[in-house]
Design a protein around this ligand. Structure first.
Ligand code: BT5
Length: 324
């Protein structure tokens, strides 16, 4: 989104419901009054209700409920997450765009959003179903000053931020299934994909992918995941606007990520365990060619999954699939 539009949105947001004159906007933005008028027309095309009253100026009296760079910016309360934001109607995958931008040096916190992905990616070459306007399909570019082997901790703290954001907005409590899934009642509603470009002891960048099913009915989901997936709408019985959810996730993410960089992962462990799925229960573990039944104990201070095997032996898992 271009910077003039960003600034215009900031000014309109600040003036809240009162009018702001074309003159004031033009002076603040350093553009002509005709250019201001053109920007207001663009906002109108995006679905904003713009009131233009002679001698008073402009006022926004209504916002569209669809996702766009402007609607996300409008209520965004972050310092850096999503300050630069790109929105596309259709992409192959927001991850692909994230990598392209990150390689060009794009700043940390840049967000890529899409209404629809034609080749949404899961982990290990799996597909992520990302139908049009029914969910949040988003990638965030990060440049954390941490060692590459710690990158999985970013997945875990992101899961906490998503769980908290969903809970605070929708009043339903999700669970986090280690390492990267958000669940409701044994069904997956969201997944996280953390892709990294790194050298031996330095992360160049991370493209953090977040996929959340929001407004899908069961029949909107492809048949192969109808028994295993859900959406926030299916859990709450109502449709949700996407922009406020994106804003809340970015705000919570910014807090957890900032806290993590300052204080390390141990500070997040307790929060994670609060949402942790199947803690204290028996699950099936597939880990590096080993398969066994184990009880989930929680996570370690470095984010490893702590399990107790049936023979009593404890293990800390860094890479494994959990089934039940
Ligand atoms: C994930 O992989 O859960 C990571 C998903 C990340 C998606 C986001 S969307 C924005 C960004 N751009 C991308 O291209 N990707 C990221 P994994 O744990 O491997 O789970 C994949 C499995 O989840 C699939 O094999 C299906 O079984 C199931 N699945 C696919 N689409 C789903 C959906 N919409 N809802 C629930 N389950 C789904």
């Amino acid at each position: 989104m271009n910077t003039t539009r960003n600034q215009l949105i900031e000014l309109l947001k600040r003036s809240n419901q009162s009018f702001i004159s074309g003159q004031e906007l033009s002076e603040n933005l350093g553009i002509s009054r005709t250019a201001v008028w053109k920007h207001m027309k663009e906002l109108e095309k995006e679905g904003y209700q713009v009131q233009a009253v002679p001698r008073k100026g402009y006022r926004i009296s209504g916002q569209p409920d669809k996702l766009s760079a402007s609607t996300v910016k409008w209520g965004l309360r972050t310092r850096w997450a999503g300050k630069q934001l790109f929105h596309y109607p259709v992409v192959e995958s927001t991850q692909v765009i994230g990598h392209q931008l990150a390689q060009k040096g794009t700043e940390e916190g840049t967000v890529i959003l899409a209404d629809e992905q034609t080749a949404g990616k899961g982990r290990m070459g799996r597909r992520w179903h990302s139908a049009k306007t029914e969910g949040i399909w988003m990638s965030i570019i990060l440049r954390p000053p941490i060692l590459p082997h710690k990158a999985p901790q970013i997945t875990l703290l992101t899961a906490v931020a998503i769980a908290e954001a969903i809970e605070s907005l929708t009043n339903t409590t999700p669970a986090i299934k280690w390492p990267n899934d958000i669940f409701f009642h044994d069904r997956k509603a969201a997944g996280i994909l953390t892709e990294m470009q790194a050298e031996q002891d330095e992360i160049q960048y991370i493209v953090l992918g977040i996929g959340i099913n929001v407004n899908q009915s069961l029949s909107d989901l492809p048949e192969d995941i109808q028994q295993t997936a859900t959406s926030i709408k299916q859990e709450t019985g109502i449709e949700w606007e996407l922009a406020p959810l994106v804003q809340q996730i970015l705000a919570d993410f910014e807090t957890y990520y900032g806290n993590y960089l300052l204080n390390g992962f141990a500070a997040i462990k307790e929060k994670w365990e609060h949402y942790g799925y199947k803690i204290g229960e028996q699950v099936h573990v597939s880990a590096s060619k080993q398969e066994y039944q184990a009880e989930i104990l929680g996570i370690a201070e470095d984010g490893a999954l702590r399990v107790r095997k049936l023979d009593g032996g404890d293990e800390n898992l860094y890479s494994a699939e959990i089934h039940w």
